[in-house]
Each structure stands twice: as C-alpha cells, then as structure tokens.
Design a protein around this ligand. Structure first.
Ligand code: NAP
Length: 279
C-alpha cells in the first residue's frame, strides 16, 4: 500500500506557485469574507492568511458578526468585483442561517470565483471546461497526477453529492474519461457499488464509515472526510484506515491527505485568476 502524501505534494506545489508569483508583474490579491462567530471558520481563515503570506499573495479579510444582512455582503462583493488589486474572492462557509450563500456565490464575478461555486463556473465544469473548479476535488485530481494513477476507463465511485466535494469531483472524473457512479444517503446496497470501485472517493462526514469489507482488493481510496473524534482534538476520516490499509493499493491519510491539497489548490486558483485577469 502506498500513502498518498498530500502534505508533501502540497509543499512541492507551494514552491512552484511561489516561483510563478515571483514572475508576475502584479501581486495576486485574495479577499476572504467570514460571517458569524464560528471558531472553525476563523481557524481556516488564519491558515489561509499564513499560506498567502508565505507565497506572496495579498490577503484582505472581512469579518462580520451573526447580525450582518445579505445586502451588506452583496455590496461588499460588488465592490471587490471592481477592485483591481483583488483577483480572488471567497465566502468562508458555514454562514448563519439567514444568509443565502448561493446568492453570494452568484454575485462573485466568475473570473474572481476562486472556489468555483458561481453557477457560471459550475456550468463550465459540467461542459468539460475545467476553468476555476472547486479546490478539494482539484486537490484530489492533483494527487492522482502526482502518483501516476490513471483515470481513463476506471470505475470511480464517489460517495457524497455536495456542491463543494461530491458533484464537482464526479465532473472532474468524467472530464478525465473515468466511468463515474455517485452515491448518497438514499443509495441502496452501497457496499455492492463500492466493491466495484477501482477508485473510491469518500466525502460523507461520518467517522470510519467505509470498512475493508466494502472495498475491492487493490482499490485506490481517497478519504475526504474530516471528523472530530469524541469531541477531542483527534481528527479521523470517513474511512476506517486501519482495516482498509492492508487491502488497498493507495490511500490518503487523515490528516495529511486531501486537507493540505485543498488549501494549496486555493492558492493555485488565486494565481490562475490573477494571470487570467491581468493578461
Ligand atoms: P455534506 O454536504 O454533508 O455531504 C455529505 C454527503 O454524504 C451527502 O451527499 C449525503 O447524501 C452523503 N451521505 C450521508 N450519509 C450517507 C450514507 N449513509 N450513505 C451514503 N452517502 C451518505 O458534506 P461535504 O461538505 O461534502 O463534506 C464531506 C466530508 O468531507 C466532511 O467530513 C467534511 O468535513 C469533509 N471535507 C473535507 C475537505 C478537505 O479539505 N479535506 C473539504 C471539504 C469537506 P445526501 O446528499 O443524500 O444527503
């Protein structure tokens, strides 16, 4: 079994992105909008800030409390859409219930939509154009490339159909000529389907959900899940790593697999957006 070392791959990619940034005539700029009192969101913004500074990306952070109104956020996005020094805009999720996040995604100019959640970019992805695609599935695709894992003609099963992971993951795999099955909470006989997978991608949000009896020998296992164990600090994935590791050919660890790839792909998307906007 080979561990798909997202931490190492992300570190290498970071160096490449830094070199790219050094060659640009302008400094890429990212605006992050964080709404509500959510400690996990604040932690993610801090991590983004740190990596932006390392790479040489300007980051502007906009924090709002739980009482902010939708129109205030739309006004900010409109302003950032026209701001020349900003090349990427993202809204950190989750947001409070009264905020319509899909409308916010729609308001972000497609060329600055570095999360790939604007309907224009979602549509382009479904047409086979991988312009600005969501960062987590992009990170998974990059791992496949780094480790020479062929996708063409492979049976890929994606568990989860969220807008941020499952759906765009399936689209990217289709665009790479894989044969793709998407499963979700209403799927019947899940194990019968997962056992057919050459490549199994799990984005469910349930600790140790996939066990060895649900996979076929030598499958490639991608564990997107991030679950906190018993309210402790320990993070576990959606895959029961200990039982699966001796049966699969490749597997992502949690932590250190898909997680580090997500944030580095965000940096890559900011630089890509900057290059496209300024060319
Ligand atoms: P989500 O929006 O809650 O979606 C979960 C998906 O799992 C849904 O499509 C749901 O089906 C499906 N599901 C739930 N129970 C199931 C079951 N028993 N059998 C089959 N499918 C089932 O979650 P998400 O945002 O995609 O995130 C998934 C996990 O990935 C979470 O642990 C999250 O923290 C993690 N994550 C990690 C990264 C990273 O960088 N590593 C990034 C994003 C997310 P329905 O659609 O029918 O409800």
């Amino acid at each position: 079994m080979v561990l798909l070392d997202g931490k190492k791959v992300a570190n290498n990619l970071k160096k490449e992105i830094m070199e790219k940034v050094n060659k640009l005539d302008v400094k890429p700029g990212l605006a992050v909008i964080c709404i509500g009192e959510n400690s996990a969101s604040k932690l993610y913004v801090t991590l983004k800030h740190k990596i932006c500074e390392e790479i040489g990306i300007n980051i502007e952070e906009y924090f709002f409390d739980n009482h902010v109104q939708q129109n205030e956020l739309i006004e900010l996005i409109d302003r950032l859409n026209h701001e020349e020094t900003i090349h990427g805009i993202l809204v950190q999720s989750p947001v409070p219930y009264h905020i319509n996040i899909l409308e916010l995604f729609e308001k972000i100019a497609p060329e600055k939509d570095i999360d790939g959640f604007n309907p224009i970019n979602v549509g382009k992805l479904s047409q086979g154009l991988n312009e600005l695609a969501p960062c987590t599935p992009l990170g998974v695709m990059h791992l496949f490339k780094e480790y020479g894992i062929e996708l063409e003609g492979k049976n890929c099963v994606v568990i989860g159909r969220s807008n941020i992971v499952g759906r765009p993951m399936a689209q990217l795999l289709i665009n790479a000529n894989a044969t793709v099955t998407v499963c979700h909470s209403k799927t019947r006989n899940l194990a019968d389907i997962t056992k057919q997978a050459d490549i199994l991608i799990v984005a469910v949000g349930k600790a140790n959900f996939i066990t060895a009896d649900m996979i076929k020998d030598n499958a490639v296992i991608i564990d997107v899940g991030i679950n906190r164990k018993d309210d402790s600090k320990e993070i576990v994935g959606d895959v029961d790593f200990e039982s699966v590791k001796n049966k699969c050919s490749y597997i992502t660890p949690v932590p250190g697999g898909v997680g580090p790839m997500t944030i580095i792909m965000l940096m890559e998307n900011v630089v890509k957006a900057c290059e496209n906007i300024t060319k």
